[in-house]
Write a protein that binds this ligand. Structure first.
Ligand SMILES: Cc1ncc(COP(=O)(O)O)c(C=O)c1O
Ligand SMILES: [Zn+2]
Length: 392
């Protein structure tokens, strides 16, 4: 049995095919992300989902991950995070079943570990030595860790007011760090203007195809947890959108594999802060792409992405899943973070807490039926935001 059934890459907009045997970035025609495609027909004929139980963590899904040779896998034990019931909070919202997937338990304490484990592994397979990333924080910390593990160099550009934990976790690995005034978009511009001649490979969100593959394993784990179906509603804190698009990609692949008990798609809702809600605005206006959000601000630093590169793919996911998008206030995020800690003992990242605040609003709007199963994604640990919380 092959370790991976990767067959090729495909442009997410024009459908053009590209080889997966050499490093790729984006579609040269549409400047859009490339998605990894697998030979799912052969896979489903040869592999049963039972096989996936033999290995712990994210790499148990290796047949639908892009690394061809197992020796190239760079792992710190990511994935396999728990899906917890929220028995105290569910009755407060008159919900029959409320769950939270706790991605704060990943290496480097956020879901970014999944994407960077996949991207760094694939880069190792290609013999790439130097990786650079503009980041809101957690992806930089994750790249620093996985690049060190693989013996590669990392260059991390992040806003100068990025949470201290992100700066320090990157610094301690010896990564090259640039603190840039402004936002992640300014960090991206900084790297583009400084790096072209130096041979650094860009692992920005959606500008290489493989971070998405790591993130999609959250979707595989969700389906497995619910005995090979999806809960009716998933709330995802959305910045660059890889988590959300990744879970939908998992749903589509699982459907094609024939591993799902039924084809009911999860309704996926993007949750953003009112201080930076470009996806919510675009969705509510029925637009097909996301426009730049001026003066972006939120203490949930991972949501401070003024214009996600994969805006079209994010909006398509919300539409195809019959989900939606909701913006919540900074105050509501803080309150939700306290509620999750006080009622359930989970110290979430502000981004994760935003999903509970979003749930409250969606229930008020009658978007969710109390009989439906609702899953919140906590994308990181609150322990990475101590300085942010102190500032109040
Ligand atoms: C904790 C946390 N949650 C959510 C996000 C947003 O993730 P995505 O880019 O997948 O939308 C980030 C991104 O930095 C993050 O660090
Ligand atoms: Zn294209």
């Amino acid at each position: 049995m092959p370790f991976s059934y990767l067959s090729h890459l495909e442009c997410s907009e024009c459908g053009q095919s590209f080889s997966s045997l050499e490093p790729q970035t984006i579609c040269p025609t549409c400047q859009a992300p490339l998605f990894a495609r697998y030979d799912l027909k052969s896979l489903s004929a040869k592999v049963s989902p039972k096989e996936m139980e033999k290995i712990d963590g994210m790499w148990c899904w290796h047949v639908v991950l892009p690394v061809l040779n197992p020796e190239h896998v760079v792992t710190l034990g990511e994935g396999g995070t728990p899906i917890l019931k929220l028995p105290q909070l569910a009755p407060r919202y008159s919900l029959k079943a409320l769950f939270l997937k706790d991605e704060g338990l990943n290496p480097t304490a956020s879901f970014k570990a999944r994407g960077l484990s996949a991207a760094v592994s694939k880069a190792r397979e290609f013999g790439i030595q130097r990786l650079m990333i503009p980041t809101a924080g957690n992806a930089g910390g994750a790249l620093a860790a996985y690049a060190s593990r693989a013996g590669m160099s990392a260059w991390i550009a992040m806003p100068e007011d990025t949470p201290q934990a992100n700066i320090q976790e990157a610094e301690i690995t010896g990564a090259k760090i640039s603190l840039v005034p402004g936002l992640i978009s300014d960090a991206a511009k900084f790297l583009q203007s400084h790096s072209s001649h130096e041979g650094w490979f860009d692992v920005s969100t959606f500008k290489e195809p493989y971070r998405l593959e790591g993130k999609k394993t959250m979707g595989y784990e969700i389906a497995r947890h619910f005995d090979w179906e999806f809960p009716e509603v998933i709330l995802y804190p959305t910045g660059g959108g890889t988590g959300l698009v990744g879970i939908w990609k998992a749903y589509e692949e699982l459907l094609e594999l024939g591993w799902l008990k039924n084809d009911h798609p999860p309704r996926i809702y993007a949750v953003q802060s009112e201080g930076c809600a470009p996806v919510v605005r675009a969705f509510q206006n029925g637009e097909s792409d996301v426009r730049f959000w001026e003066n972006a601000h939120t203490h949930a630093s991972g949501l401070r992405v003024p214009r996600p590169f994969a805006g079209k793919a994010i909006l398509r996911t919300l539409k195809n899943s019959h989900g939606g998008a909701i913006a919540v206030s900074e105050e509501a995020i803080r309150k939700a973070q306290k509620d999750l800690a006080q009622c359930e003992g989970i110290f979430t990242a502000p981004e994760g807490a935003a999903t509970l605040a979003g749930l409250e609003k969606l229930l008020e709007q009658g978007e969710i039926d109390p009989e439906e199963r609702v899953l919140l994604l906590n994308t990181g640990s609150g322990l990475k935001y101590l300085d942010v919380l102190q500032k109040g």
